[in-house]
Design a protein around this ligand. Structure first.
Ligand SMILES: *[C@@H]1O[C@H](CO)[C@@H](O)[C@H](O)[C@H]1NC(C)=O
Ligand SMILES: *[C@@H]1O[C@H](CO)[C@@H](O)[C@H](O)[C@H]1NC(C)=O
Length: 388
């Protein structure tokens, strides 16, 4: 009985915390909405709760039945509720971990619905690694500094979360119980794949919550705002390793490291379909599977409008954006090895600084990355999370 009372109080605490609370599962958030509706007689109810044990028990009962009701009615739920949970939930971390709803709301742009998302693990988070170059690019880019106010860093482990809090203001902690993505995971091992795929599922949750997003890998330098180059009539827009056809032509080779996705029923369905498709292509990662499903009838059926972004603006090392007057973002794609990436991305930012100072210039990159595919290469944990 005492346990139930305290559970009720905890649930109430979660409900009160902007409908998000400490844990961040989609399920738990929805159950919280239900809870607030159940206890919707106003703040007075909460006051009595502390004083009157019987009412406390009644509330606990309501909270429990609300959870049970939710658990049996959520058709979208294919994970245990603990699937999305915050680092430090239930453990003393000395500061409050913010819920996904709170972080999304505080990072959203003026339109209240657009955010920029990236994911970070401990290997990327180390000082002087790619994460620092990533943040630096926003500061030296033309008109990109303000976009940092809308960038959410999704940390995949405690170390990445701490590092984010030290250098940035919108940090979200996403963990999976029983799996530590900061540890060495062999490329294409089950853990590695699981982590790649979890991003896709996480992005579906963000869409479901009504937020449009730009997802960017951390090894993409932001030199200008890409927003003027997005198509206004498309649902799902994606960068390319090679852009050889028109924007709507599915023969282009997409790179999932950079996407702009509008929140609507089509994109929520599409992300669900994409995520589910991993079962049809075991052992493959999200980008390979996207390549296989990009022309699938299902996309036509739901009416998803897909666009491929021109590498002249949304570029990378595979197909260089040669015109510095046009380039917006540069991805260290077609590159294997953390040291190669850091080397070339640092050089790229130097090239950019010179260009900004003089109004003219070109790239001296890629040097280390060029040919990095062919060279013998010892896999390193730092390399694990990059698209090549
Ligand atoms: C999905 O469609 C339903 C019914 O047409 C609508 O009420 C809802 O707002 C839509 N959801 C999104 C995210 O657009
Ligand atoms: C930077 O942006 C400003 C404002 O849009 C523009 O006037 C200027 O030409 C840009 N500089 C470069 C080097 O692109």
């Amino acid at each position: 009985m005492a346990d139930m009372t305290s559970k009720g109080a905890d649930d109430e605490e979660n409900c009160r915390d902007s409908g998000g609370g400490v844990a961040n599962s989609e399920g738990e958030n929805q159950s919280c909405t239900l809870c607030s509706e159940t206890s919707g007689n106003g703040g007075g109810f909460r006051l009595y709760l502390a004083k009157d044990l019987r009412i406390g028990l009644l509330f606990a009962g309501l909270a429990v039945s609300c959870l049970l009701l939710f658990n049996s009615t959520n058709p979208l739920k294919f994970f245990p509720t603990s699937y999305y949970s915050s680092i430090g939930a239930g453990s003393p971390v000395g500061r409050k971990v913010r819920s996904l709803d709170v972080v999304l709301k505080s990072a959203a742009m003026e339109d209240s619905r657009t955010v920029i998302l990236t994911t970070l693990n401990d290997a990327w988070a180390e000082p002087d690694s790619v994460f620092d170059l990533f943040l630096e690019s926003f500061r030296v880019g033309n008109g990109t500094r303000r976009l940092l106010d809308h960038l959410i860093v999704v940390a995949l482990d405690k170390k990445a979360y701490d590092r984010c809090l030290a250098v940035h203001h919108h940090c979200f902690a996403l963990t999976t119980k029983g799996m530590d993505f900061s540890s060495e995971a062999e490329f294409m091992s089950t853990d590695y794949l699981e982590m790649m795929w979890r991003r896709i599922d996480f992005l579906r949750v963000v869409l479901k919550k009504g937020y449009d997003f730009v997802f960017t890998d951390t090894d993409i330098m932001w030199l200008r705002s890409p927003f003027p180059h997005f198509y206004s009539d498309a649902d799902f827009q994606i960068a390319c390793d090679y852009y050889r056809f028109s924007a709507a032509d599915k023969r282009n080779s997409p790179n999932g490291g950079f996407t702009y996705v509008r929140s609507n029923n089509r994109t929520v369905e599409f992300y669900k379909f994409w995520y589910e498709s991993r079962k049809s292509f075991p052992g493959q990662h999200d980008q390979d599977v996207l390549n296989k499903i990009k022309s699938h009838n299902f996309l036509h059926y739901i009416g998803l409008q897909m666009r491929f972004l021109d590498t002249a603006y949304i570029g990378g090392f595979c197909q260089l954006s040669r015109d510095l007057n046009r380039v917006c973002t540069m991805h260290a794609n077609c590159c294997v090895g953390l040291d190669n990436k850091i080397h070339d991305l640092s050089a790229l930012l130097d090239d950019w600084r010179k260009y900004m100072a003089s109004g003219t210039g070109g790239w001296s990159v890629p040097k280390a990355c060029r040919g990095s595919f062919g060279r013998p290469h010892k896999p390193h944990k730092h390399d694990l999370f990059w698209r090549r």
